[in-house]
Structures are given as C-alpha cells and as structure tokens.
Design a binder for this molecule. Structure first.
Ligand code: GTP
Ligand code: MG
Length: 300
C-alpha cells in the first residue's frame, strides 16, 4: 500500500445523476449499487469504500440524494451526520455530479445548500463539478458535429458555465469508454483533486462540524479499543494518541484492527445525530436556506 495520505472524496448530487457509477469508476470496481432509469433513489445510505488507484489511497463516500424534496428534516440530518462522520476529519473534495445530457436546474441551489451546511469555503475551495453522461450527450447528437465537451459547454451551456464559475472554475468531464479512456479520465480527475488540495493550502476541508465529528470518532475509537481489550486500560491500545489511519510498525493484524475500529467508530458516530449540537446547527442553517428559497427550489 502507498504510504501517502488517503484522498477522501464525497459524491453529491441529485438522484440518478451518476454518483454511484462515478464512485465505481473512481475506485475501479463495482462497490456501489447503480440502476438505470430507477424511479426511486437507489442509494439510501451514505457508504464509504476504498481502493488504491494508480498508487494513491482513495476513499469515496457515496451519498443518497439529500437535496431531494421528499426527505424529511430527520432524514436530511441523518444523512449529513453520516456523511460528515464517514469523511472525517474532512473531505479533500466534494464532487457535485451534474449530468451533461439535461439542463442544470437545481444545481445552483444545491451549491447554496452546500455553503449553508458546510460553509462558503467548502464550495469556493473544495468543490469540483463532476460532469457525467458525456457519452450520452454525444450519442444523442446534442453536441452538433463537435466532440470537445469543454468547447460545447463554453458555447452552448450558460447554465453549466455559471456552476463552473461558482466552483472556482473547477470541473472534470468523467469519460467512460473502451481503450482505457475511463481510467485516463479517473487519473485526470485525481490530479485535478490534488491540484485543488494544493490550491486550498494542502489539507482536507475542515469546519466545526468536521472537527466535532473527528473528536467524537476518536473518542468512540478509544472506547471500541477498550471494549475489544476486555475493558483493560487505555495505555494498552496500540493507537492511543495517534492520528487517524496512521500506519504502525507493528504487525499487519494491529493495523487491520485499528482500521476496523476507525471504520466502526465513523459509522456509529454518524448514527449518533441526536446529541450532536453542531450537526443540529448545520441542519438548521440548511433548512433556513431552503425556507429562504421557498418554492423556487426543486430540491428538498
Ligand atoms: N451512459 C452513461 N450512463 C451513466 C453515466 N453515469 C451514470 N450512468 C448510469 O445512470 C444510471 C444511474 O446512475 P447511478 O450511479 O445509480 O445514479 P445515482 O446518482 O447514484 O442515483 P441514486 O443512488 O438514486 O441517488 C446507472 O444506470 C448508471 O450506469 C455516464 O456517464 N454515462
Ligand atoms: Mg447512488
């Protein structure tokens, strides 16, 4: 395994836009369930999966469509809590998936919700638009004679240009296709994410919600360690006081235990939404934002 730090990517967007399929492309394996033309949302819970992609450790957090009108406040809170805990101590990039083969209607508001929930800097510095369905666009003949998607966006898609500008000109067209086109596109995406991280100062995104989640995850990780060791003192834990996911010189087994305890801690903290003050606050912000946009907003 690579010793470089893990790159954490959060997939966001409306149902059916291709979040899970993008996650599978990035990881190079079918980890997330996808379904064509589904009338109901396929992904119902946030899920995290990992892979080594072209020498990089990558963790992808797939999310349900929590911008959706039918989600109750409790469901939205649960999804946000889970997303925050699974991407703790913070994602390196939020990837907002936007399909190219239809007009962007609610994505601008989605960026507003992201800002309200995670802070302005989350969009300004750490959000990248991930354009999906480029092959469909070509197949439907919507690009005229050209094949350059970027030229098409610049010339014909004022709706997408607005989104791109809002995200600091960060976007990537995720290509599928034979002959390694998909892999090349994923590599270019990861390079773009790394560039984004550098431009943002070199680290992952952080805000009080992620800081609080990280504290809770570490606390829970200590408790799990304590329980697994039959209640013996904290001094015996191989990972006491270490940063998350840090590798240890000890046996592989220890490292696996640490990773397992960390994963379990992230899952349980994600489900502990009712006693998390900051998560209540971010939900409150999100819902006030939605109130403000009222009926103009298709999401929620
Ligand atoms: N041709 C083509 N199909 C795509 C592309 N991206 C996604 N799809 C297909 O679109 C369908 C929906 O994709 P999903 O990844 O399940 O969508 P999702 O955003 O995860 O949807 P929910 O889980 O319901 O929120 C699947 O059949 C995918 O294979 C793409 O770039 N090109
Ligand atoms: Mg999905």
């Amino acid at each position: 395994m690579s010793s470089s730090p893990e790159l954490r990517l959060v997939l966001l967007g409306n149902s059916g836009v291709g979040k899970s399929a993008a996650g599978n492309s990035i990881l190079g394996k079918e980890e997330f369930e996808t379904r064509p033309n589904s009338l109901v949302a396929v992904t119902q819970q946030c899920e995290k999966r990992r892979a080594l992609v072209a020498g990089r450790k990558v963790a992808v957090i797939d999310t349900p469509d929590w911008f959706h009108a039918e989600c109750s406040p409790d469901e939205v809170r649960a999804q946000i809590s889970s997303c925050v805990a699974l991407s703790s101590p913070g994602p390196h990039a939020f990837l907002l998936c936007v399909p190219l083969d239809r007009p962007a209607r609610s994505e601008l508001q989605a960026l507003g919700v992201l800002e309200a929930v995670f802070g302005v800097e989350a969009v300004r510095m750490h959000t990248l638009l991930l354009f999906t369905q480029a092959d469909q666009l070509r197949a439907n003949g919507k690009m005229g004679g050209g094949s350059d998607v970027e030229a098409y966006i610049g010339a014909e898609r004022a709706d997408l240009v607005k989104l791109v500008e809002r995200c600091g000109d960060r976007f990537h067209v995720l290509e599928r296709g034979p002959g390694g086109a998909g892999e090349r596109s994923v590599n270019q995406l990861l390079e773009r994410v790394e560039q984004t991280v550098l431009e943002a100062g070199g680290g992952c995104y952080s805000c009080p919600a992620f800081q609080e989640a990280e504290e809770r995850v570490r606390q829970r990780q200590r408790e799990i360690a304590h329980e697994r060791r039959g209640g013996r003192g904290e001094q015996g834990e191989p990972w006491a006081g270490r940063p998350p996911m840090q590798t240890l010189p000890e046996a592989d087994e220890d490292q696996e235990d640490i990773a397992e305890a960390r994963d379990e801690a992230e899952r349980t903290v994600g489900a502990m939404r009712n006693n998390c003050i900051i998560m209540h606050n971010i939900l409150y912000c999100a819902l006030s934002f939605v109130d403000q946009y009222g009926s103009n907003i298709e999401i929620f």
